[in-house]
Each structure stands twice: as C-alpha cells, then as structure tokens.
Ligand binder design. Structure first.
Ligand code: NAD
Length: 423
C-alpha cells in the first residue's frame, strides 16, 4: 500500500515536470526561439541534494534528505519557497522551480525561479527538532544561497518561525545580520506587511479582473472555493467582504454547500490551523460534488490534479481561477477552453505571494519599511498589469491564458540568457 502510494506520487510528480516542459516548449516555439533555448529551460541550471543530520529528542541521530533547485539565474538571483513534506521529490522540486521562474517573469520581478524541499513530516516533529532541521538545511546549502544568489521563502508546512531560524543561521555563517537572505519572516525580523495574505490578495485581484471581462458583478456573484487553508480561507474572507456569495467551501474531509451563501466569518472562526472545518458538520457533500456545483466562479485552492478530463465537462462555472498550483490538467484545460470557460492559470493567479516576497527583499535591502496600504497598492498595480498582459496576449494570439502566461513568463528569461551569451 505504501509502495503503491509512493509510486502514484512519483508518477504525478513526473507528470507535473513533463506537462510543464510541454507547455514551455510550445511557448518558446510560438515565440520563435530555437531548440537550444528549450534545452536550457527544461531543467534547473543547478540542483543540489543535501543530507542533514539532526539530533532527535530521543537522543538518536536522523539523517534527512533535502534539495535546492535553481532554475535560471539569467535575470537575477533565484527565488522560491522551501517545503517540508514526506512526499517531496527531486522531480517535484525541479518542476516547482520552473513555475517560480514563470511567475517571476509574469509579474516582471528581477528574479529567476528557485525551490527547495526536505523529506520530513513536520506534524510529527517537535519544535526543537524542526529548528535543528531548518538550521542544518541552511548550513548544507549556504554556499549556493544568499540575498544576491538565491532567496528562500515559506511553502507547504513551513512558516515565519522556520524562516526566522533559517535567517538567524545564515546570519551567523555570514557574520552579518542578513534579513534579505530569506522572505516570509516575522515583521519584527524584517518581514513585510501583507505577506501572509499576499497570495489570496493577488488571487482576489485576478478574480476581479476576470469578472470584469465576463461582465460578472462580484457583488452577489456565486463563488465556490476548494480548500480552506492559508490561501482558501483568506480568499473566502476577501471575496465575502466584497459582497460575493461564497456558496461552497471544502477541506480534505468534505465540502459545505449553501446556495444562499455560507457564514464565512463563523467558518473562519471554527477552522483549525490545518484548514479543516467540515468535520464539525453533518450535511456535507464530497469535493467532487463541490467542483461541479452551479456557480459563477470556481477557485481550486487545495491540491493538484482536481479538474481532469473526467470532470471538466461537468464544471458549471464561467470563470475558473487557479489559486492552487497545478489543479487543472492540460487535457482539462483544453476542454474548459473549448467550452468557453475563462481559465486564469496558477502561474499568474498565485503570483501575489512571490510579489510581496520581492517587496520584503526590497525593503530589507533599503532598510526602509512600507505600510500595509503601500504594499496593497503596489501589489494591485503589479497584478492588474500582469493580468492584462496575459489576457491581451491570449486574445491577440487566440490561445488560452495558460499558454499565454507561459509565453509571457519565459520571454524575459530567454532574452536575458541570450544577452548573456548563454544561448
Ligand atoms: P494549506 O495546507 O494551508 O491548506 C490546504 C487546504 O486544502 C486545507 O483546507 C486542506 O484540508 C485542503 N485539502 C488538502 N487535501 C485535500 C484534498 N485531497 N481535497 C480537498 N481539499 C484538500 O495550503 P495553502 O497554503 O492554502 O495552499 C493551497 C494551494 O495553494 C497549494 O496548491 C499551494 O501550492 C498553493 N499556493 C499557496 C500559496 C500560499 O502563499 N499559501 C502560494 C502559492 C500557491
């Protein structure tokens, strides 16, 4: 059973890398680049595997495996989160580093993409063990990271406390207080206002722009959100506050539906720190049923591969905005596009997080800090410009927004690589 699961996970992750490479190849062909550009872009330029010894609470030593991938540093330093998860694999980290390059290109940041991961289950580790692992990871990768080389950030199961330990360890190695080494830090250590809710904020801005294109008034619009974790919960709050009717939400255990609109403030109050709330209710529906509900806007904000060729024909929303990474397969993207559904892809919709991480790095470099309003205003400008760029490219070239986002995302990186004389 365990072996089957591991195999399935590996296959899915292989698909993520493969499907990413497939769209990048198409995007580069459409932009008129020769094959060697694809050869450079299809894998990270640098991939480090590390083994991290940690003394556990019972006195034993456990060796953890970690990765850091740097996809392309032609534009500037690489940047991307570190995830702590039992299913982390080299292939997954590689694919995610490519997605970070695309996001940086789409929102026009002076970065390439990076990503890191450690195979572990933080839910079963003590605070002391997690601190040892976080510091050990930084010592292991210290030679290839830094504020002008590669800047880590939080991702699945890592948070501002873990960023603080990592920043402290790097500062000790560097013999210099170096907050710009990592983003997603607590505010007192140089974190930025608005970082925690940045992804959901960026998704909300994309939803507003997409709704305008489809003449849907957000006030009263019926919205379904899959996932009630960091992304899904902030998102439901922002959309609810704008007058939208959140008629469905879900977590890993089931989904809630009320055609008149759910009581979002109550659900936010009752959710636990893992984004679980449906276990408190009896009349639940399944996640599969949730995705097929009659609504105006559907937002997958949980995990990968949720909308596939099997259920794409049954989606009733007229707009689908991907807050999660990789929730829609390529086959499903084609079906939805053919059906006239406007699909706003993950690499655009969820780029608010890396954008505010960039703001944090800029503030650290300047030593001058911005108010929450300034962050919000700057994020809004970036997201609306990126949305317009991707939407216009899709309209002009008569392609879907995923391919258009990839075209916008790879262009700067390809140009920078060419100017540097790499290709
Ligand atoms: P999270 O762990 O805080 O929450 C995940 C939510 O999804 C929880 O409510 C969980 O119960 C639910 N879930 C888990 N397995 C599920 C399943 N099989 N079916 C239905 N629901 C399930 O995670 P998050 O930070 O909110 O991230 C959600 C998605 O958004 C991920 O794809 C992540 O990569 C993406 N994303 C998040 C951020 C961010 O800043 N948080 C940034 C970019 C992308």
């Amino acid at each position: 059973m365990v072996a089957d699961n591991a195999e399935n996970t590996a296959n899915e992750q292989m698909d993520i890398l493969k499907s990413t490479q497939t769209i990048i190849r198409t995007a580069l062909e459409k932009l008129g680049y020769p094959d060697e550009v694809f050869d450079l872009m299809k894998e990270p330029v640098r991939m480090m595997t590390v083994r991290i010894p940690v003394r556990m609470d019972d006195g034993s030593i456990k060796i953890f495996t970690g990765y850091r991938a740097q996809h392309n540093d032609a534009v500037g330093p690489t940047k991307g989160g570190v995830r702590f998860h039992p299913n982390v694999s080299e292939k997954e980290v590689k694919a995610l580093s490519i997605w970070m390059s695309l996001k940086a290109g789409i929102v026009d940041l002076p970065y390439g993409g990076g990503k890191g991961g450690i195979l572990c289950d933080p839910r079963e580790m003590s605070f002391r063990e997690l601190e040892g692992l976080s510091r050990g990871y930084v010592r292991a990768i210290s030679q290839i990271v830094g504020p002008t080389k590669d800047i880590p950030a939080p991702d699945v199961f890592t948070n501002s406390q873990i960023m603080a330990w990592m920043m402290d360890e790097y500062s000790r190695i560097d013999e210099f207080n170096n907050p710009g080494f990592i983003t997603g830090k607590p505010i007192v250590l140089g974190g930025s206002h608005g970082r925690e809710s940045a992804t959901a904020n960026g998704v909300t801005m994309c939803i507003e722009e997409a709704a305008k294109k489809r003449n849907i008034n957000l006030k009263g619009a019926r919205i379904v959100i899959q996932g009630f974790g960091n992304a899904g919960s902030f998102l439901s709050k922002f959309l609810h506050d704008k007058g939208a009717k959140i008629i469905g939400i879900s977590d890993a255990y089931g989904a809630l539906h009320d055609p008149e609109g759910l009581d979002i403030d109550y659900l936010l109050d009752r959710r636990d720190s893992f984004g679980t709330v449906t276990n408190l209710f009896e009349n639940t529906i399944t996640n599969k049923e949730l995705l097929e509900l009659d609504c105006d806007i559907l937002v997958p904000a949980a995990i990968e591969n949720q909308i596939t060729e099997e259920n794409a024909h049954n989606i009733k929303a007229s707009i689908l905005v991907e807050a999660a990474n990789g929730p829609t397969t390529l086959g499903a993207t084609k079906i939805l596009t053919d059906r006239g559904i406007l699909l706003v892809p993950d690499v655009l919709a969820s780029a608010g997080g890396v954008t505010v991480s960039y703001f944090e790095w800029v503030q650290n470099n300047q030593g001058y800090y911005w108010s929450e309003e300034e962050v919000e205003e700057k994020l809004h400008k970036v997201m609306v410009k990126a949305f317009d760029n991707v939407y216009q490219t899709a309209e002009t070239r008569r392609i879907d927004m995923r391919l258009s986002a990839y075209m916008v995302g790879v262009r700067k990186m390809a140009e920078a690589s060419r100017f540097r004389g790499w290709i």
